[in-house]
Ligand binder design. Sequence first.
Ligand code: BG6
Length: 487
Amino acid sequence: MVSRVIPVDPFDLVVFGGTGDLARRKILPALYQRFCAGQVPDDAQIIGAARSDLNDDGYRKLAADALVEFGKADDPGAADVHAFLARLRYVQLDARGDAGWPELRDLLPEDRVRAFYLSVAPSLFGDLAERIRGHGLATDQARVVVEKPFGHDLASARALNRSLADHFDESQIYRIDHYLGKETVQNLMAIRFGNLLFEPLWNSRYVDHIQITVAETVGVGGRGEYYDRAGAMRDMVQNHMMQLLCLIAMEPPARFQPDEVRDEKLKVIRALKDVGLQDVVRGQYAAFARDGADHPSYRDAVGDAASTTESYVAIKAEIENWRWIGTPFYLRTGKRLMARSSVIEVVFKDTPYSIFGADAGDNANVLSIRLQPNEGITLEVTIKEPGPGGMRLINVPLDMSFSTALGEREPVPDAYERLIMDVIRGNQTLFMRGDEVEAAWAWTDPIIDGWEDRGDRPEPYDGDSAGPTAAEKLIANDGRVWRAIRP
Ligand code: BG6
């Protein structure tokens, strides 16, 4: 198949925290893949910057190991790994002092794109931004990339935004939500705005409700300390789930341009109704056995027998605008659930009147957009159940898996590959704007404050289940049911 790789001009990418977990797991493997695809030009430089006492060779060794452990390289000695490593440099640097900065400046040629990836704790964003500017590195072509967690609440997100805005223009700031880099998440816009078919039905007149599920089978793993301070609400809802909600609910932007798209997403967040505590369920997973192995409870995993942090949350959200008033959006996400499945399910209303009689059976269409795994679309269509006995209706799936439909192609790039190259190209469409992040916190903060003020405890749920029973009641109160969580 013909490669669609669009070449980019030579660039410099400085990864602060270049020896850290994110750099090893995601950033370096993503850059290696782009290199293999021919997108990293010969004189591009990838510069690791961190406190560790390393030189270029030491950093290249660390990177080679990371490419094998977390990336797609089989052999750290392979020719393409070797060629990629030649583009790597290392600077030992102090984020809170001046050591190493002159050396970094000497490595960076003027007059070409330079991106500073702040793959460090958010408490260092301000210090780094200040030193990048102070050491004369913030040229017009400079960009700064930051990761979640972008704040812990509205006040801290505002403070982070200010600390970046003191040194960079908003057009230079790239806030990553890796969900936006997923092919299937971008596909939500293609499905909605590339087909005539859906738009006329995409409103509360025809849509009964929408379910957005991000179910994981993994637990909190080694991230207990961070996670126990965050919980599912801050870790998943404030960012990834909100982005999915925005893409599903937003008005068509006039053009597929960064601010046009982000303006429309922001309008959705601002139209969200305040959520009462009766419309929120929190859960925490209990110990369980799977495939003969025992798995610890959430509390054991985070080492706090009294933790009240949620590993599951379900919310009934409502958007107060002309398109969506009257159509609830049920969001749920959790760890240690029965299957890994991220899916958006648009449940249409029943036909206005059944000519076959009330007993003929179900006739509500459901459009399921599977984001991961088994990416694809299913449309449940009503047909006649074959055989005698009159007109009995059943729903059957019109099922499409993207991998079958697209046939053999180059492997789908990881979200980070797309996002890092968008930074280099200067395209902010798939990055969160400062006001968007703040609006998302402004919606989530009162929900979190509400349960903290009341001293609510999350309901325990069995690992390998669909979540706490209170979540069933949340949706049953409206006469609806959750769709099954399927891998
Ligand atoms: C991260 C969260 O942002 O997203 C994790 O911090 C979560 O807790 C992860 O597991 C899910 O990402 P993905 O790409 O595996 O769906």
